[in-house]
Design a protein around this ligand. Structure first.
Ligand code: ZN
Length: 306
């Protein structure tokens, strides 16, 4: 389960919409019930619905003409100046009727609300405009190569192409963070749950996890494990904490890979430095040829002109 508080506050927003739709419909219904003709017809509709349902169960012919009663109701509502549709609730999400779940599975509207919260929390909200559509390649030294790289990564975001991890290697100023923001924004459009964090912040959460011994322990790393996509910016800039950083990093990456969840990492470190820093186990996970797409942004000469 994703961070409980986040799911709950997202669900709360959906439920509020549900309640609002119900309240609005009820206001119109109450108004209509003040009309005696409507009230009597409505009573007949309820009775007919019940009797017809019973008849259906016992395989008997339907005794009541429901369509006729419905059309009478519509006529009365029009006469008293109420839009017939207004007495039924109109939910924002037609897939789940603003309940957040469809057949026990999380609905896209709830994912959207969760993403809205994660958006604010991870600072992505401030870079909403950094996306593949608005990218100006002319600001890069080599527009053609940059474009190629962007197309490759945009396609990775669109398709399930086998690579679980993407590793962007390159010096500061190569545009790695910008590129990751474009990817994150693209994935959010496709209703995936996305969390964007820095290696520094991730390290702090791993430390909290390491030093928490009550029931909130797991909450510290839920956002690292559960989202469909995790972005870790600037790996290698965080302090290496004994028993925390390397172990935590290995566990997060392994757990995510086991659950088929994707991770995108940017780093200034060279592959050799990754191995020296984090050891063979992390190295083999992150630079595995079959599961990781490793791109050397540096070699593509993607430095920003300014
Ligand atoms: Zn929904």
């Amino acid at each position: 389960m994703l961070n409980k508080q986040i799911v709950q506050s997202a669900l709360q927003k959906i439920k509020e919409k549900h309640q609002e739709a119900d309240n609005l419909a009820y206001t119109f219904f109450e108004k209509a019930m003040q009309n005696d003709e409507f009230k009597e017809n409505f009573r007949q509709i309820k009775q007919a619905e019940m009797e017809n349902a019973k008849a259906e169960v016992y395989g008997q012919p339907l005794a009541y003409d429901l369509p006729k009663l419905y059309s009478k109701q519509e006529k009365i509502l029009n006469q008293i100046g109420i839009e017939p549709k207004a007495i039924s609730p109109h939910y924002t999400c037609t897939k789940c009727d603003d309940t957040g779940y469809v057949n026990g599975l999380i609905c896209s509207c709830l994912k959207h609300e969760i993403n809205n919260i994660l958006y604010e929390k991870s600072g992505l909200a401030k870079v909403r405009n950094n996306n593949f559509k608005s990218c100006d390649f002319n600001i890069f030294d080599d527009a053609q190569k940059t474009k190629k790289l962007y197309v490759l990564l945009e396609n990775w975001c669109k398709k399930d192409n086998g690579y679980l991890n993407v590793l962007l290697i390159g010096k500061t100023g190569a545009g790695k963070t910008y590129l990751m923001q474009c990817m994150a924004n693209k994935l959010i459009e496709s209703e995936s749950i996305v969390y964007f964090t820095s290696a520094f912040e991730m390290n702090q959460n791993l430390l909290k996890y390491h030093t928490t011994f009550d029931e909130t322990k797991a909450d510290n790393i839920a956002l690292l494990l559960e989202p469909d996509y995790l972005f870790i910016d600037d790996l290698g800039t965080e302090p290496l904490l004994k028993n925390v950083t390397v172990e935590g990093m290995y566990n997060v990456i392994s757990e995510r890979m086991r659950n088929n969840k994707k991770t995108v990492i940017s780093t200034n470190l060279s592959p050799k430095q990754i191995q020296d820093y984090y050891g063979d186990r992390v190295f083999s996970r992150l630079l595995c040829q079959t599961s990781s797409l490793v791109l050397n942004v540096e070699n593509s000469d993607l430095r920003l002109k300014k």
